[in-house]
Design a binder for this molecule. Structure first.
Ligand SMILES: NC(=O)c1ccc[n+]([C@@H]2O[C@H](COP(=O)([O-])OP(=O)(O)OC[C@H]3O[C@@H](n4cnc5c(N)ncnc54)[C@H](OP(=O)(O)O)[C@@H]3O)[C@@H](O)[C@H]2O)c1
Length: 255
């Protein structure tokens, strides 16, 4: 992999995929992006820095890094696409499991770590990154290295090469990258954990990773989602300031 320039495929062009597409192409990488419906349906606003919209079949061709940014319960369905990438390709996944949205997945409800399940579904090692930042903070709160209060993002991975490229790309999207350990420990950065969508700095994030309590996570996740569900159903949408409100809610419940 060339040091300064990475060939990146992004599967998923929603809230997170769009910001990834724009930022990583602005950083000078060769980026292509796909959704499930076709390149003509991709918002051209995310392509302004040179990223290219392609089909899902094409997004996996000749890439150093494939970022998957689709709903959690769609992950098994993309296994045949992922299988077409080289075994050396770094797969970075952004997904999160929400039972109310994804349907209950028995293995996870019985305690399997979400990202271990994803890795098994894909049949490949993965890195986990950008899953623990709200879409609003990701789009609106990037800053330069060394900026006071710069928000940090946790990265879990099992292969050193995957970890180092994921950490580099997180930095290039405008956030401090914090090594959160192996995928088996990535429950520390999933919904319900103190690291999850709480917009912490590097030092705060390291402390939050260490303080996470696995047994309390599903109940805390479901508490937060119940409050979010009430807000969204109440006014027909998330409304202004949703991202900051979510961070405050999650800090109250998770920290
Ligand atoms: N929103 C957040 O605050 C946030 C924060 C961190 C992480 N995440 C996680 O990141 C993932 C993406 O979140 P999001 O909010 O960006 O979702 P989103 O706005 O709903 O976008 C999902 C994208 O995935 C695409 N997609 C779905 N199934 C696909 C398939 N089989 N093949 C190709 N593309 C497919 C959709 O394309 P079509 O529209 O064409 O189907 C769409 O572009 C989720 O797992 C989410 O839990 C979200």
């Amino acid at each position: 992999m060339e040091a300064s320039h990475i060939k990146i495929g992004i599967l998923g062009a929603g809230f997170i995929g769009a910001t990834l597409t724009r930022r990583l192409s602005e950083a000078g990488h060769q980026v292509k992006v796909a959704n499930s419906r076709g390149p003509e349906t991709i918002d051209p606003g995310m392509l302004v820095a040179g990223a290219v919209a392609v089909t899902a079949d094409d997004v996996v061709v000749d890439v150093d890094v494939l970022i998957t940014s689709i709903p959690f319960n769609r992950m098994p369905g993309i296994a045949p696409l992922v299988a077409r990438t080289s075994p050396d390709t770094t797969i970075i996944d952004t997904s999160n499991y929400y039972p109310h949205r994804d349907g209950h997945i028995p293995a996870i409800d019985d305690g399997q770590v979400e990202s271990v399940w994803v890795s098994e579904q894909l049949g490949r090692p993965i890195a986990k990154a950008w899953n623990a930042i709200p879409a609003e903070s990701f789009a609106g709160k990037a800053s330069s290295p060394g900026s006071p209060g710069r928000i940090a993002i946790p990265i879990a991975a099992d292969r050193d090469g995957d970890r180092s490229v994921a950490m580099r790309l997180v930095e290039e999207t405008g956030f401090d990258a914090v090594d959160a350990g192996e995928i088996a420990d990535s429950w520390r950065q999933h919904p319900g954990a103190p690291t999850y969508c709480t917009d912490l700095t590097r030092d705060e994030l390291r402390a939050a990773l260490a303080s996470a309590e696995k047994d309390r996570i599903p109940r805390r996740r479901d508490l937060s989602m119940a409050v979010v569900g009430e807000r969204v159903s109440g006014d027909g949408g998330k409304g202004d300031g949703f991202g900051d409100w979510l961070v405050q809610l999650n800090r109250a419940i998770y920290l």
